[in-house]
Structures are given as C-alpha cells and as structure tokens.
Design a protein around this ligand. Structure first.
Ligand code: AMP
Length: 282
C-alpha cells in the first residue's frame, strides 16, 4: 500500500496513475480509524478507480489545546485497518508543515450563517479550521468525489456550502452514521472512554431515538425539555446542547413546518470527552 507524507510525492503519484477522466474518490480523516471511516472508504471504492484517504490531525480546527494534545494518533494501526478494506487505497499522512508551510492559521469563511449554529457556538473558530483544511486538501488531491459522514452533519453542510460558493470542481457525498452495537456513534474519541462509560454512552442514541418518536406529537421545545431532563439525571453525562434544527439552514425549529426536514443535534461531555450525534426526524 502506498503511503505519502508530502503533497509533492502524493501529487506526482496521482498524476502518474490518473488523467483528467479518472474519477478520484477522497476520504479526509483525522485518523484513529474505526468502522465508520472504513464505511466511507468502501463507498468511495464502489464509485472511483482511485481512492485517497488523508490522515491528518488538523490543529486549526481545535479550539481546545487539551483536546488537540489528547487526540489519538495511531498511524500504524490505521494503515493496517485500511489494508483490510483494500491495499489499493492511497494514504496521505502529511506533517503540519507540509499542509501549512510554516503558517498554521485558518482562513476566514462566510458559510451563510451555517457556521454560527451548534458546533459553531461552542467551538469558536472550528469551522474556519475545517474550511481551511478541506479546501487545502481538495487543492492537493483534486478529487472528483469526496465522502463525509453524516455524524458531523453540520460539517457536511458547511463543506457543501463552501464547494457551492467557491465553485470547487468536486461532488460532496454524505454517508450514513456507523454505530457500535449499543447505538453509540463510532468516534475516534470513544477510545478515550472507559469500558463502563462506553456502555453507558448508549444513552445518547437512545435519547435521540426517543426524541424522534416524541417529535411526531410534541413541539421542538417540549422535546428539548425532555432531553434536558434526561441528562440532568444521568451522571457523568453533561449536556452541552440539544437542538432541533432545519437540515438546510441549521436554524433552530421554532414552529414545525411540514415542508421542511428537521434533525436533532446533540453534544454531550462524558467527563472530559466530548461526543456528538445527530438523527433525522422526518
Ligand atoms: P474524523 O476523523 O473524525 O474527522 O472523521 C472523518 C470523516 O469520517 C468525517 O467525514 C466524519 O463525519 C466521518 N465519520 C466519523 N465517524 C463516523 C461514523 N460513526 N459513521 C460514519 N462516518 C463517520
């Protein structure tokens, strides 16, 4: 399997094996790979003769230095997992310098307000960091199709918005959330939970599923009260936010409109580990 640490090596390899007509599928990740990431790779392999995965813990999207320092970095194990999917996948695992060339700062983006909701409120600067790295990686890899998980639904909408606004020549494809058997959304951060916390974290998806049922007959406000009460009773889980929002605009739902699609979004701390999840409500 080919692993490149510099953009120059990656680009010259891609140029040697593809031409303008070759479809390149791309899966950007921060590593510590799990079945969720692998499901994106499998989807990419179905539709593209060339598939590239990037593994890069992007410093500019972390607003919390401790979270960045503790983010798991497991390149060797990641490569072994990628091989189980296919050894034709091209890995790009750059250094911070290879990407940022000495200037580790974000560009500023206007995502028409999508960036101010939910994760944007609680993680200042996060989406400027996401926009910066995704744009940079798109410039390097020049993918035809790029695959993102619906687990980070706000990020998916923001990347779609960036591609539309900057007219980037790439199709952004959203893929379903891969879950552990108890319903917990797979996440690299799950590795930082104890065995008990990981089992108890099933409460997150269980509550989202209950919220979905209630939303058929209750208002967004009533459902939000129900979820807030659940987490008040459930230590060590601490609710950061629960929001029911319009899938397109990500604006909070005040009164239900039958023509709109809604989604519930949640962020929860388990001790110091921050977990997010989302569910479609229609
Ligand atoms: P990350 O490494 O956490 O930045 O994630 C890289 C990509 O994998 C993003 O597009 C995520 O949305 C996606 N992803 C992460 N967890 C899951 C999951 N449980 N199911 C599907 N996709 C996921």
């Amino acid at each position: 399997m080919l692993i490149f640490n510099t953009q120059n090596e990656l680009v010259s390899h891609l140029t040697s094996i593809s031409n303008e007509a070759t479809s390149i599928g791309f899966v950007p990740t921060m590593g510590a790979l799990h079945e969720g990431h692998l499901s994106l790779l499998k989807e990419a392999l179905l539709h593209n003769p060339v598939v590239v995965i990037s593994i890069f813990v992007n410093p500019t999207q972390f607003n919390n230095a401790d979270d960045l320092a503790k983010y798991p970095r497991t390149l060797e194990a990641d490569v072994a997992k990628i091989k189980t999917v296919s050894d034709t996948i091209v890995v790009y695992a750059p250094s911070v310098d290879d990407i940022y060339e000495g200037k580790t700062v974000s560009e500023h983006f206007d995502f028409d307000g999508l960036e101010h909701q939910m994760e944007g409120q609680f993680r200042p600067g996060h989406f400027d960091g996401v926009g910066t790295i995704v744009k940079r990686l798109f410039e390097i890899v020049k993918p035809t199709n790029a695959y993102f998980g619906e687990k980070d639904f706000q990020q998916l909408q923001i990347v779609k918005k960036m591609v539309a606004k900057l007219k980037l020549p790439v199709k952004v494809i959203g893929c379903p959330i891969f879950r552990e058997p108890n319903g917990l959304a797979m996440s690299s951060r799950n590795e930082r939970l104890t065995t008990e916390e990981r089992a108890e974290a099933a409460i997150i998806f269980k509550t989202l599923s209950e919220a979905k049922i209630r939303f058929h007959v209750q208002s967004a406000e009533e459902v939000t009260e129900f979820v807030t009460e659940i987490f008040q009773k459930t230590t060590p889980f601490e609710l950061e936010y629960f929001t029911i929002a319009d899938e397109e605009t990500l604006l909070p739902c005040t009164t239900k409109n039958n023509t709109k699609k809604y989604r519930a979004f949640i962020a929860v701390f388990v001790n110091n580990v921050r977990l997010i999840d989302t569910i479609s409500l229609n």
